[in-house]
Design a protein around this ligand. Structure first.
Ligand code: PMP
Length: 403
């Protein structure tokens, strides 16, 4: 059991009124709020330790480097990577996928090769693959999704072939909340000789996640969705896979020796970290992970699942509410539409009552096309949300539908 009041106390942003009502923040799939310790760490870094990392011989450079590398070590343990060198810092999930699509794609994709994604991918796991497939003459295949919002695994099995080079799949759908069977997906891809990338943007802060157990080759996520700062992401890759692909960007830090005739590259992780990274933000990401670790993922998941089930059941019982996607296994995200109200109006009417939800296609336009809708209203939960907030949200939806 978690102490919800003790958790909420740590998030200063939650303690405000919006449009005359206490803020109810249900837009956590877009970005989460930050605990005071993350804000403090960012301030502390810029106040006391600001310096560039890795090359310095002075005290501030040492402190900055230590803070930066400490976060990497903690992250390796957080996702159970075999070693911290397998953790690459990026700007976010989007950059992580672009990195793999470009580096893996440029070196490994040939004319006629195939890449498999799914119909529920975020644009950031569609467009980078479209771009590289177009360049290389490779074929992009899409695993279809059932009306309930589940991947058609039989179709996936049929799509896999010796031509498949990469399977890139979202762990938890940011629109439907579907939890995909990533371990099974990975096993099947490996049997076909393909590599696997998992987009863990919506899972890593909510569900237990172990990269060695999934056995994926690459996995990406963003700090800002799991209580950390913006501008920081993680690309996990197995050492052998990271060593097999070329650097993404050239510049400082990623080199060993530069000569006009020939440049040699640094070892992982630095080979993929060209230029000055977002140092303060990486340093301040550490307390966000510590926050999650202190609570424990099982407790976080149990709490969020309770909110999710209450919201789903409550919405089902309100006449005029259409749920979009009702997968058997879902995590913390509810998408819905109201019969008599346009989704943007629903969002604004909820905002007028202090409730923040997201409305639109959630960067999953092909999925919305499949459902024949423009978008959805999406409520997504974090560990600081409460049962009372869910009840107030349900009461508000009911008020809007019965206008
Ligand atoms: N994938 C999924 C499943 C997401 O939810 C998001 C963020 N909405 C992204 C990728 C992109 O993340 P970012 O914008 O932090 O790069």
């Amino acid at each position: 059991m978690i102490d919800i009041n003790a958790i909420r106390e740590q998030f200063p942003v939650l303690h405000q009124e919006v449009n005359g009502h206490p803020l109810v923040y249900f837009d956590n799939a877009a970005t989460s709020q930050k605990p005071q310790r993350v804000i403090d760490a960012l301030l502390h870094y810029y106040r006391f330790d600001n310096s560039n990392i890795h090359r310095g011989v002075h005290t501030l450079a040492d402190r900055a480097t230590e803070g930066f590398e400490d976060t990497r070590k903690l992250l390796a343990r957080f996702i159970n990577a075999a070693e911290s060198e397998e953790v690459i810092f990026t700007k976010g999930t989007t950059e992580g996928i672009n990195l793999v699509a470009q580096s893996f794609g440029r070196s490994m994709l040939r004319q006629g090769d195939e890449v498999i994604i799914s119909a529920m991918e975020h644009h950031s796991n569609i467009v980078p693959w479209q771009m590289i497939c177009q360049e290389k003459g490779a074929v992009l295949k899409v695993i279809p999704v059932s009306p309930e919002g589940e991947l058609l695994m039989d179709e996936y099995a049929r799509q896999l072939s010796p031509k498949t080079r990469m399977v890139s799949i979202v762990h938890v759908s940011n629109t439907l909340g579907t939890v995909n069977p990533v371990k099974k997906i990975t096993e099947m891809a490996h049997e076909a000789g393909a590599k696997v990338l998992i987009d863990a943007a919506q899972s890593v802060g909510h569900l237990p996640l172990d990269v060695q157990e999934i056995d994926c080759d690459f996995l990406v996520f963003s700090a800002h969705k799991i209580y950390g700062p913006t501008g920081v992401g993680v690309l996990y890759g197995k050492r052998a896979e990271l060593e097999a692909i070329p650097p993404y960007q050239g510049g400082g830090s990623m080199i060993r020796d530069v000569h006009f005739e020939k440049t040699t590259y640094n070892d992982i992780p630095y080979k993929f970290e060209a230029g000055t990274p977002t140092i303060g933000e990486v340093v301040a990401f550490k307390p966000a992970i510590e926050f999650i670790n202190e609570l424990g993922k099982p407790a976080i998941h149990a709490h969020e699942d309770q909110l999710f089930r209450r919201a789903m059941e409550g919405l089902k019982a309100i006449p005029g509410v259409q749920l979009v996607g009702t997968p058997a296994e879902a995590s913390g995200i509810v998408s819905f539409l109201l019969e008599n109200t346009h989704l943007f109006d629903t969002g604004m009417l909820l905002d007028a009552r202090g409730i923040a939800v997201r409305t639109g296609h959630h960067c999953t336009q092909p999925l919305m096309e499949l459902y024949g809708i423009e978008g959805t209203c999406r409520a997504s939960f974090a560990v600081y949300n409460t049962v009372e907030e869910v009840d107030y949200f349900l009461e508000s939806v009911e008020k809007i539908t019965s206008r």
